[in-house]
Design a protein around this ligand. Structure first.
Ligand code: G3H
Ligand code: 13P
Ligand code: ZN
Ligand code: NA
Length: 283
């Protein structure tokens, strides 16, 4: 069933587990997310980035994901990942998303607050929840030093100010993770997370979570993270399985013979993440 994200995150926060927010790149990944959630009897968030929407088209993305959520026998929220403009967010709101992210992290603090509030004012009356970002999460390919990256981490006092000024439903924070594949092992600033949690009761979101060791994910959850975003690990599993099929038979021309096993591999990795997040059986 299609549900609001707020309800899922509230329960997760109370129960000390996290909801997996999985990026859908295509139909097979949408199906894999639902299959994994049903197999684990877990609530999940299906999220689409602007890139995913551009690739499939907004009608295809919303039709596919809405169908998936409505048919599923577990609660599912549909969320826009890293929306960057008011217009984009409104397009998703009109098309049936139950939640949106407005990522104003590249703006100055007051501009981030103003943009976030503009979105909240427009979509909250429609029952749509809003995630914002404070601090800069960035990508692993960003050519910056460790200390330059640390300078972009979320400041606990600023987080407190931000949530008071916006009343946002969920807050993405920068504590050492990055989008994409890590070169080494990421080091998370857990003390910073705890300091943020002490000042902010809003559900906190961990981005860039692919490649973060299981123990670090569990530690982040125990310190108050309740939404965990995963994209790259699904892509890796999906493409590896597809590649395996093609390398095994260079004459294979049936796309389903390639994408079916890829979908199964995606389902398996999503189930593994759901178990790590502690959301198995929470549907
Ligand atoms: O946050 C980034 C997500 O992994 C989406 O990536 O823009 O390539 O779809 P994308
Ligand atoms: P990864 O691709 O590193 O898992 O990050 C996903 C993410 O944060 C989507 O918003
Ligand atoms: Zn992200
Ligand atoms: Na990552």
């Amino acid at each position: 069933a299609l549900v609001s994200m707020v309800e899922l995150l509230d329960q997760a926060q109370k129960g000390h587990y996290a909801i997996g927010a999985f990026n859908c790149n295509n139909m097979e990944i949408v199906q894999a997310i639902v299959a994994a959630a049903e197999a684990e009897n877990a609530p999940v968030i299906i999220q689409a980035s602007q890139g995913a929407i551009k690739y499939a088209g907004i009608e295809y993305i919303t039709t596919l994901t809405k169908l998936a959520a409505e048919k599923a026998n577990v609660p599912i929220a549909l969320h826009l990942d890293h929306g960057t403009s008011f217009a984009q967010v409104m397009q998703c709101a009109r098309n049936g998303f139950s939640s949106v992210m407005i990522d104003g992290s590249k703006h100055l603090l007051e501009d981030n607050i103003a943009l976030t509030n503009k979105v909240i004012e427009a979509v909250r009356p429609l029952g749509i929840s809003v995630e914002a970002e404070l601090g800069k999460i960035g990508g692993t390919e960003d050519d910056i030093t460790v200390s330059e990256r640390e300078a972009l981490f979320t400041e606990p006092a600023e987080a407190e100010y931000f949530v008071q000024a916006t009343q946002v439903d969920a807050l993405a924070i920068a504590i050492g993770t990055a989008h994409g594949q890590y070169k080494g092992i990421p080091k998370l600033d857990f003390e910073r997370l705890t300091k943020i949690r002490e000042r902010v009761s809003t559900p906190l979101v961990l981005h860039g979570s692919s490649g973060v060791p299981e123990e670090a994910l569990r530690e982040a959850i125990s310190r108050g993270i309740c939404k965990i975003n995963i994209d790259t690990n699904i892509r890796e599993a999906f493409v590896l399985a597809a590649r395996h099929v093609l390398e095994g038979d260079s004459k294979e021309i049936d796309p389903r013979k390639m994408l079916g096993p890829a979908r199964e591999a995606a389902t398996a990795i999503i189930r593994e993440k759901i178990r790590i997040f502690g959301s198995t059986g929470k549907a």
